[in-house]
Design a binder for this molecule. Structure first.
Ligand code: NAD
Length: 469
């Protein structure tokens, strides 16, 4: 065992079973990557990266575009894999696969536009260059396995790095298939490797490895803090995409019917297993009851069931453990204002649930549940709405509904979160930067600046003095 591997020497499983969360059937058994195998993967990645970084940007871009085409040619296969391992409805899974394809396409263009600056200085020419970091460790959660893998892998590769990707124990299959497709598309061997395994073992080995230049971690805030502490020992670069408890603020002057119709998708998409879930619905006191009345039929209309059915809106939770976690926040006597339905029998099902009349400091209000549960809280005025919205250690996303443009601007500026939307819940697009304030994370992914976070800026001064004089 290498010297640098110190903190995760507990036993590690040799393999992981992958379950279909809708049926509880074992659909695959995947070998876990031991720390010495991580070392070998890093060595391969270093060799591949050296060559990749020297390629002209246009060549890297061309290869990544080809990879996007190959993903598109396998869209159905990848989407059905996501349905089986993550329980995502097929319609969502197709969108997620298309999103991964688009990320590689978008990042490819970024490789060709990774411009530095030319800075006016006396005595010569000063330019900045974006140098690739080297080998990037990408640690991914189970809630959106394919999109989140691509969020980091696509810009990291485009900027001239190699990527070692550790998927979540429950959802390694799409990542493994993507790595095969990368080879098929001509991406050089060793450049994108997938290392399934237990978090503290395989993930810990990536964090500790001295030849991994940066970690991109997406997952819970608790584990993110450990990863950050591990990276600190080597001043390793890090991006953290962590938890959230985002507000959906509905003012009395809003189009209340539209806000009520849109609210379910803002916290039930992916069965609430969404870091951006607007799970705190803050409603002006004067429209509180009316809003609940309008919301109820939209929650009841949600189709929950077989993810393979294109009519299904909400599938199961990822695991029995996740269902227990969700249940622990909603005891039998919880003040449920609205409850949807869920199938009985096999599968990790949980109904859409809206709670009202809950204390502001109750755990269901303050903690990330990561399930189809929202709370509705009343507020008195704009100031009170902002106070409630910001009464959280998180700061990932948020929405506000109002017809008053001045209020929209004031509140959007006052809410301490990274991704806000007005009269919409759609704040996450690959063209725009994404990330959290506070304990929701560190750094930004996506958007025009995505590649630069996988580079170091080098400043070069070239003297204009006559060297023969
Ligand atoms: P998690 O923190 O349990 O695990 C995330 C990943 O880290 C997994 O691959 C896991 O194996 C690995 N891991 C676990 N322990 C580790 C360790 N000690 N060292 C290194 N790696 C380790 O999170 P999860 O339950 O898989 O995902 C849910 C969480 O992810 C939620 O909190 C959610 O909000 C967050 N999330 C955030 C974003 C975002 O962009 N901000 C996006 C999706 C999910």
């Amino acid at each position: 065992m290498p010297e640098h591997c110190t903190q995760y020497r507990t036993e590690h499983p040799a393999e992981h079973q992958v379950l279909n969360p809708a049926t509880e059937e074992v659909i695959a058994t995947v070998p876990a990557t031991a720390p010495h195998e991580v070392d070998a993967a890093v060595a391969r990645a270093l060799r591949a990266q050296e060559h990749w970084a020297r390629l002209p940007a246009a060549d890297r871009a061309r290869q990544l575009r080809r990879f996007a085409v190959v993903i598109d040619e396998h869209l159905e296969e990848l989407a059905w894999l996501e349905v089986r391992e993550a329980g995502h409805p097929i319609v969502n899974a197709r969108w997620e696969t298309g999103h991964a394809r688009d990320l590689f396409d978008y990042a490819a263009g970024g490789a060709e536009r990774l411009n530095g600056d030319q800075i006016p200085v006396p005595g010569g020419l000063d330019v900045t260059i974006h140098e690739p970091l080297g080998v990037i460790g990408v640690i991914v959660p189970w809630n959106f396995p394919m999109p989140i893998a691509a969020w980091a892998a696509a810009p990291a590769l485009a900027a001239g790095n190699a990527v070692l990707l550790k998927p979540a124990e429950t959802t390694p299959l799409t990542a493994l298939r993507l790595a095969e497709l990368a080879l098929q598309a001509g991406i050089p061997e060793g450049l994108l490797q997938v290392l399934p395994g237990a978090g503290p073992v395989t993930g810990g080995a990536l964090v500790d490895h001295p030849h991994i230049a940066k970690i991109v971690f997406t997952g819970s805030t608790a584990v993110g803090k450990q990863v950050m502490a591990g990276c600190a020992t080597q001043v390793k670069r890090i991006t953290l995409e962590l938890g959230g408890k985002s507000p959906n603020i509905v003012f009395a002057d809003a189009d209340i019917e539209k806000a009520a119709k849109a609210a379910p998708m803002s916290f039930l998409d992916n069965t609430g297993q969404d870091c951006c879930a607007r799970s705190r619905i803050l409603v002006h006191r004067s429209i509180h009851d009316k809003f609940l009345e309008l919301l109820e039929p939209h929650i009841e209309a949600i189709t929950v069931g077989d993810p393979a059915d294109p009519a299904t809106y909400m599938g199961p939770l990822i695991s029995a453990a996740q269902r227990e976690r969700v249940r622990s926040y909603v005891p039998e006597d919880a003040p449920a204002a609205i409850r949807g339905s869920a199938p009985e029998g096999k599968g990790f099902w949980y109904p859409a649930t809206v709670l009202a009349g809950v204390a502001e400091d109750a755990p269901v209000v303050t903690e990330e549940i990561f399930g189809p549960v929202a709370v509705v809280l009343p507020f008195d005025d704009e100031e009170d709405a902002v106070r409630l919205a910001n009464a959280t250690r998180y700061g990932l996303a948020g929405s506000l509904w109002t017809r008053d443009i001045g209020r929209a601007i004031r509140v959007a500026r006052a809410v301490t979160a990274g991704n806000l939307s007005v009269n919409s819940h759609n704040a996450m697009r690959y063209w725009t930067p994404f990330g959290g304030f506070g304990e929701s994370g560190l750094g930004r992914e996506l958007g025009p600046g995505a590649l630069t976070s996988f580079t170091e800026i080098k400043n070069v001064f070239i003297s204009a003095e006559d060297s023969h004089a």
